[in-house]
Design a protein around this ligand. Structure first.
Ligand SMILES: NC(=O)c1ccc[n+]([C@@H]2O[C@H](COP(=O)([O-])OP(=O)(O)OC[C@H]3O[C@@H](n4cnc5c(N)ncnc54)[C@H](O)[C@@H]3O)[C@@H](O)[C@H]2O)c1
Length: 364
């Protein structure tokens, strides 16, 4: 099947196919959908109608070969807008998301996953405005809502005022703050035993990974505190899902050490402490704070690490039970789960994403 252009339609159809994993009957499924849409297509400008006619003429052949090309450009009214099929309805999200460190890597993918899962707004915050803008634009391809909105906020997590301005901007612009993901972070850069720790480098890492994380969580929780709690109605009744959710991108190094990575490991243990304390202190306020704790994830941060220390690739293959780094989506989908009503009883917790690596105790 080729599904080209056709903004909403092709995205909807391909999502349905992905969700149902239909393979051989793909063309039949899309063919009937195209007839349902035919009256709408006739109302669009002539050029599009002509394209439709061309493909319409070709349908008999295409059906025989079970191959179909759709090329529409139509807008479906928001009340008719198709939603993604989800296996568990409570994993959908619906609200305003702020992703810090969204110009790259895990933060960027977390933003895409939230847009895909139904977020109405995603604000891309990062110190690199160019990459954040590119990510913000790209997110429109994945957003499932017809009325999806996105914007960019340039900031540095080290700057207390910038963090406050970022949160104020989201609340002023979009009325509330439902989900926050804190993914801005840096690595050691080098492998050095603790006795040789460069204090300047230690201060830099702590300032970004720990103090920066605390500033973000503190400011985000303060804004969520002022909001009205929400509820979620499922097959078994209605439950409180609180005022907002925060997910920190911590690390497997929040629990275990990695030789030569003292400063980073200390900063990530502290990030887990921030997660636990804020989850505990604000549990009764209906604010959940959790962390995802991955081992190696394929991102520019890891690429940089591999460039500086090529032996890390061998270490990953040797120690990781499934012999590879995680893909970004394998982390970002877990972030979305933690944001969703499906995780409404999960608070102050760490979701370790490590293919069981941290459970291994190597005695040989
Ligand atoms: N990649 C991995 O293997 C891995 C594994 C475990 C945990 N983590 C953690 O995940 C987080 C994200 O890592 P990544 O691999 O996606 O990195 P990345 O370098 O791909 O992305 C980090 C983003 O944060 C932004 N950023 C950095 N410092 C900032 C600051 N002071 N203020 C604002 N924005 C800033 C960068 O511009 C970038 O867009 C980090 O906290 C990292 O420690 C990464």
């Amino acid at each position: 099947m080729t599904c080209s252009a056709g903004h909403d339609v092709s995205r909807y159809l391909s999502s349905q196919l992905r969700a149902t994993q239909l393979q051989p009957d793909v063309s039949i499924c899309i063919f009937s959908a195209s007839f349902v849409l035919a009256p709408l297509v006739r109302t669009v400008p002539q050029s599009y109608a002509l394209k439709y006619y061309f493909y319409h003429r070709s349908f008999s052949t295409l059906i025989r070969t079970r191959c179909l090309i759709i090329q529409f450009e139509i807008n479906i009214p928001s009340n008719l807008h198709p939603r993604y099929i989800t296996m568990i309805r409570s994993t959908e999200v619906d609200g305003v998301a702020l992703i810090v460190g969204s110009g790259s890597g895990i933060g960027k993918e977390a933003a895409f996953s939230l847009a895909e899962a139904g977020a109405r707004v995603v604000v891309f915050a990062d110190m690199n405005e160019n990459t954040a803008t590119a990510s913000s634009e790209e997110s429109k391809k994945y957003a499932s809502r017809h009325d999806y909105q996105t914007s960019v906020f340039k900031m540095n997590v080290e700057d207390e005022k910038a963090v406050q301005d970022m949160v104020d901007f989201v609340v002023a612009e979009y009325g509330c703050l439902d989900y926050c993901v804190n993914g801005a972070g840096v690595d050691n850069g080098t492998h050095t035993p603790l006795a040789e720790t460069d204090i300047e480098n230690f201060d830099r890492i702590m300032h970004i990974n720990t103090r920066g994380n605390l500033l973000c969580v503190r400011t985000q929780a303060a804004a969520m505190w002022k909001q009205t709690p929400k509820t979620w109605t499922s097959r078994s009744g209605t439950r409180d899902i609180g005022r907002g959710v925060i997910v920190n991108i911590a690390s497997a190094n929040s629990f275990a050490g990695l030789p030569g990575k003292g400063s980073y490991t200390i900063s990530k243990h502290a990030a887990m402490a921030i997660t636990k304390m804020s989850g505990l202190d604000h549990s009764a306020d209906g604010i959940r704070v959790n962390a995802v704790c991955p081992t190696w994830v394929r991102t520019p941060l890891l690429d940089e690490e591999l460039r500086k220390n090529p032996e890390v690739q061998e270490i990953i293959s040797a120690v990781c039970p499934i012999k590879r780094a995680a893909e970004c989506e394998e982390v970002s989908d877990a972030v979305t789960f933690l944001c969703s009503p499906a995780a409404s009883y999960v608070n102050g917790a760490a979701l370790i994403i490590d293919a069981a690596l941290t459970t291994t105790l190597r005695l040989f």
